[in-house]
Design a protein around this ligand. Structure first.
Ligand code: NAD
Length: 353
């Protein structure tokens, strides 16, 4: 089987490439746009080198998904059996400053890959990494209560999380959320109109070792790396009590492998995340760091919340677990913290030489 993975140097793309390893011929698309977007600390070249060492069969095409011609040519030459589209501009803040750039990557780039799939292998599964930000600020509209360390829904029945029936329109999104929602709808439509086996995975916080995290993207990894480097972290708004659920990229890659082998129906949407058990507020994450890694994070507080930040977001995994009962998040928060911390220490040794 030949699989195309866009954004293969990123967190999710690399996890998917590792999951398939020698089991498939993996072709990655990457051009280090992440460094251009976020600066040198987001450079993915080291991660890519390590990935190529771990997966000797991996082929990486230096290619920009914004070029329809290049993407189509690659797909015509290779006739892929599956597509996993992970390349994207992932930050709200950046999308507000550069909306046209965000549109070109998240909407045009997605459409280019879909069209290339339709013209070459319309029968091949196409998995798109969408986001819970398609629900805009709807999650912030439910009544919350405040505890000493977090916000949470006032109604206990809501604490199982947000399902796919949450609304996506008539809401504030930021350009990033709107563009990802547009791409998500286009992916669904290719499933319905052209009957292609397309799937949108609306992810909460994804995390793991090897994320070139920065303050604008990669919450848990950035927090842990900042602590281990002795840096200082800025909590932005909501008293640090905003809650996210966290899913290890390797667990997500496992789900993607199951979806590909199941040859899904077209236009399917799943919310994916770590679920209630893997949910943590920023204050709680700082406490976990102290308990589990013995590291005290220096932090300061800014009253202004980040654009698009959800105050409480937990994924309701009911639909994805109904369709893929053999899947569940296997890495709990402790395992995720340990994994990121171990990788960060290795990384620091490499930087020190
Ligand atoms: N990480 C999360 O918490 C999270 C949560 C929800 C959704 N997502 C979505 O999942 C996808 C993958 O996320 P990630 O965390 O792996 O992001 P990432 O930034 O780590 O990886 C994306 C990769 O795509 C590459 N890329 C970007 N634009 C490109 C282009 N024009 N051509 C070729 N390559 C390009 C980047 O260089 C980067 O290496 C994104 O679409 C993101 O919006 C991520």
């Amino acid at each position: 089987m030949k699989i195309l993975v866009s954004g293969v140097g990123g967190l999710v793309g690399a996890a998917v490439a590792r999951r398939f390893g020698d089991l498939a011929e993996v072709f990655g698309i990457e051009n280090n746009t992440r460094r251009d977007l976020f600066g040198p600390s987001a450079d993915i070249s080291q991660n890519l080198k390590r990935l190529q060492k771990d997966c000797p069969g991996l082929r990486v095409e230096v290619c920009d998904i914004r070029s329809a011609e290049t993407v189509l040519k690659l797909c015509e030459d290779q006739r892929f059996d599956a597509f996993v589209h992970c390349a994207g501009q992932p930050s709200h803040d950046l999308s507000g400053r550069f909306p046209a750039l965000d549109f070109s990557i998240n909407v045009v780039g997605t459409h280019n890959l879909l069209e290339a799939a339709r013209l070459t292998r319309p029968d091949a599964p196409f998995v798109f990494l969408s986001t819970n930000k398609v629900y805009g600020d709807f999650p912030n509209s439910i009544p919350l209560r405040e505890t000493h360390s977090r916000f949470e829904p006032a109604d206990p029945a809501s604490r199982r999380g947000f399902g796919e029936d949450a609304p996506i329109d008539q809401l504030g999104h930021t350009p990033f959320g709107a563009h990802k929602a547009a791409a998500d709808l286009i992916v669904q439509e290719y499933g319905r109109f052209y009957r292609m086996p397309t799937v949108c995975l609306r992810a909460g916080c994804l995390t793991g070792a090897g994320h070139a995290s920065v303050s604008a993207h990669g919450f848990l990894s950035y927090l842990i790396r900042t602590a281990l480097r002795g840096g200082s972290y800025i909590i932005e708004g909501h008293k640090g009590k905003q809650v996210r659920d966290n899913l290890a990229a390797s667990d997500l890659a496992e789900l993607i492998a199951l979806i590909i082998s199941a040859r899904p129906q077209g236009g399917v949407v799943y919310n994916v995340g770590g679920g209630a058990a893997n949910a943590v507020s920023i204050l709680e994450a700082i406490e976990c760091l102290l308990q589990w890694q013995g590291v005290k994070l220096r932090w300061s507080y800014s009253e202004t919340p980040r654009w698009g930040d959800h105050i409480w977001y937990v994924t309701d995994l009911a639909r994805v677990c109904r369709d893929y009962p053999q899947w569940e998040p296997r890495k709990d928060l402790r395992m995720i913290f340990d994994e990121i911390a171990a990788w960060s220490s290795d990384e620091a040794k490499i930087v020190r030489g």
